[in-house]
Design a protein around this ligand. Structure first.
Ligand SMILES: NC(=O)c1ccc[n+]([C@@H]2O[C@H](COP(=O)([O-])OP(=O)(O)OC[C@H]3O[C@@H](n4cnc5c(N)ncnc54)[C@H](O)[C@@H]3O)[C@@H](O)[C@H]2O)c1
Ligand SMILES: [Zn+2]
Length: 351
């Protein structure tokens, strides 16, 4: 079992990663007033196990999927908390993927100005990324994560047992954030390249998960609320990823991040941020996880969504986080028309 401490200013957070983490969560919440917030899929698969491990907790499940990461789902969670008479010292345990973690985390931040929060991530993406670092949100008015708060969970319990029921597509989705971390950290990138044949081996993914969490913890500790700019590096691939996600919505977040990273290597190369050789290296890394880059015939329409991105400081331009070299990144602000030209590269995809 790996134990990773996050010494964040708002509240320290401890991540447990490995077999037995769910039992630790059960011990932590034993005898406490708690609501387990989850989604319909996780509830269908794991309700008996959750009832066995958390016999006294209330379970509230909302319909699965990004399209339910909304104001009305948020308020349905808050309603459930009120109806069950939870108070400030009660716990919210988010048991699910990134959608559950983000939404239940925001409910915990808002209820009575903040209840206690633990994250029990059940997707690879949530275990390697979203459950750690304290970003919580819902989507609002067509903007991803537009309404949210920084709210650290006091504990995160990443148990690999949940990964056994994940469809292959969701594993690929988690690989999106893993590959992103591999671009930001030369060490992790090298580990991915050396073990390219093991990217579907749950044991190997578990070791990568701990590496990614340690890397993210280091970034978040230095820039918890994205003030100094360092935390922005975690948005690599996300400007384009989010724009495509809002444009098409058929795939999942991590896959769009992979496609976004692929496209943004062309921006980095075209804008003189990195060399052609390095851009090719990053593209090769991305394609270990996303073999085929799909075609987006209406890719340029993604511009209107990219313009809504939270990173944009001004009107009419798009902020993109680009990798310069292993472990180095730059934020580049592109005029809308220039960014749209790059987006057009996605029209034909890549085999
Ligand atoms: N807060 C952050 O720092 C952060 C970082 C990255 C992504 N995110 C957010 O995370 C979300 C994406 O997370 P996700 O990819 O986990 O999506 P998700 O929560 O929608 O989960 C994906 C699918 O897997 C199902 N599922 C969950 N656990 C399962 C299991 N153990 N077995 C079988 N099926 C299971 C879910 O019901 C869902 O259908 C996005 O909304 C994104 O914005 C947040
Ligand atoms: Zn992401």
């Amino acid at each position: 079992m790996e134990k990773i401490e996050l010494h964040t200013k708002s509240r320290p957070s401890t991540v447990f990663c490995g077999g037995g983490a769910l039992d630790l969560a059960a011990e932590y919440l034993a005898g406490k007033d708690a609501i387990l917030v989850t989604d319909s899929n996780v509830c269908r698969l794991y309700a008996p196990l959750l009832k066995e491990k958390f016999p006294a907790a209330h379970i509230f499940a909302f319909p699965a999927g990004e399209r339910h990461k909304t104001r009305s789902t948020l308020f349905s969670v808050l309603d459930a908390m009120f109806e069950r008479g939870l108070h400030r010292t009660s716990f919210v345990a988010a048991v699910g993927g990134g959608v559950v973690g983000d939404l239940a985390g925001l409910a915990a931040a808002l209820y009575m100005r903040g209840t206690r929060l633990v994250q029990i991530p059940t997707t690879l993406l949530a275990q390697v990324d979203s459950s750690v670092g304290g970003k919580t949100a819902i989507d609002y008015r067509g903007v991803k994560n537009a309404v949210g708060a920084f709210y650290q969970p006091e504990r995160v319990f990443c148990d690999p047992l949940f990964l056994q029921t994940l469809p292959a597509r969701e594993i690929r989705c988690g690989l999106g954030e893993i590959v992103k971390t591999g671009v930001l950290s030369a060490l992790i990138g090298e580990k991915i390249r050396r073990n390219a044949d093991k990217l579907h081996d749950l044991g190997f993914l578990q070791t990568l998960a701990a590496d990614c969490i340690r890397f993210k913890a280091g970034v978040v500790e230095q820039d918890e609320t994205e003030k100094s700019g360092l935390r922005k590096c975690l948005n690599l691939g996300h400007t384009t990823g989010h724009a495509l996600e809002l444009l098409c919505g058929r795939r999942s977040h991590g896959e769009y991040v992979l496609i976004g990273m692929w496209l943004e290597t062309f921006i980095a190369e075209g804008e003189g941020v990195c060399s052609h050789e390095y851009a090719e290296e990053v593209r090769a890394l991305v394609r270990l996880a996303e073999k085929r880059i799909p075609a987006f015939p209406n890719a340029q329409k993604g511009l209107e969504f990219a313009l809504l991105d939270k990173k944009n400081a001004g009107q009419g331009s798009v902020s993109v986080i680009l990798s310069k070299a292993p472990g180095e990144y730059a934020e580049v602000i592109l005029p809308a028309d220039r960014y749209a030209k790059y987006l057009a590269l996605l029209q034909g995809g890549a085999q």
